[in-house]
Design a protein around this ligand. Sequence first.
Ligand SMILES: Cc1cc2nc3c(=O)[nH]c(=O)nc-3n(C[C@H](O)[C@H](O)[C@H](O)COP(=O)(O)OP(=O)(O)OC[C@H]3O[C@@H](n4cnc5c(N)ncnc54)[C@H](O)[C@@H]3O)c2cc1C
Ligand code: FES
Length: 291
Amino acid sequence: MKGGSSEASGSCKGRNSCSSTVMKGTDKCKIVENVMIAPDMYKMAFLSEHIAFNAHPGQFVHIKVPCDNSLLMRRPISIHDVHPQTGVVEIAYKVVGRGTRILSRMNAGQVIDVLGPLGQGFTISRGIKSAFVIGGGCGIAPLKFLARRLKEEGIAVTALLGFREREAVYGLSDFEEFSNRLLVTTDDGSLGRKGLVTQLLEEELKEQLPDVMFTCGPVPMLKVVQRLAREYSVPCQMSLEERMGCGIGGCLVCSCAIRTPNGDFEYKRVCKDGPVFWSREVMLDEATIEC
Ligand SMILES: Cc1cc2nc3c(=O)[nH]c(=O)nc-3n(C[C@H](O)[C@H](O)[C@H](O)COP(=O)(O)OP(=O)(O)OC[C@H]3O[C@@H](n4cnc5c(N)ncnc54)[C@H](O)[C@@H]3O)c2cc1C
Ligand code: FES
């Protein structure tokens, strides 16, 4: 069952004082950096020892948008990276609406109210030796933390990253550091190979099969990755995005259809049971939101 999330109005007394809806388990986190990394794409770093120590790749945080009376619902954003030694947590987000626009205008020293880490992240099984990490657009955001962790585990990473155009490219230096091979496509050919990242993926799969694939990006891209994973019999995990309400499993706003072993399907919650699912289980035709 899907539902729309309505946002009631609230009051806000000052820039850093939006505490009326603070939930148990949330952190008041000081922003240490908030910079534009591509047009409409920002990277924010904030301090949260709890999240930095406990997060797994693929999990997300739920952020209360400060100081807008009409935006009571938190915004889910993937964890881009963590630095447990310093307590710094990074997110990378695209400005698509009011909530993310307000976040993009916040400065170092200001405080945001963050709930997390939330959800089930990527599973890195024992014995994995090679992985393809496939990302498109702002869906690349959760894959940096994953690539770092894969490298720490001694797993050979091939990163395949797709962007619309050269101007939209971000994060390449991270993937140069954490992957063994970095392959980039742009739709217009202004950087890397011209075309879709899924075309490059198919060429790579014809050459070598990894033990596992991990992916996040727009639904049309996920559908092709899902088909290729099936055709080439490579296990694949994908991170889904859905409109969210509570972010902790209580409201069913984020339900998605998941195939059961007997060929039937059931609804699962992207926030609590996901956002990462095995691609063979995901029924993407039911998905509605594209990043
Ligand atoms: C688990 C999860 C992780 C996410 N991680 C990231 C991330 O790392 N970086 C990033 O840029 N975005 C991420 N998103 C998407 C992000 O949550 C939305 O872009 C954000 O909530 C939009 O808020 P807004 O107020 O700016 O836009 P709104 O005014 O609420 O909406 C503007 C547009 O964004 C779309 N949108 C709204 N909510 C979502 C959503 N939950 N998922 C996809 N599209 C949405 C709407 O359909 C609409 O077209 C993630 C979403 C989920 C569910
Ligand atoms: S957002 Fe409420 S159950 Fe997922």
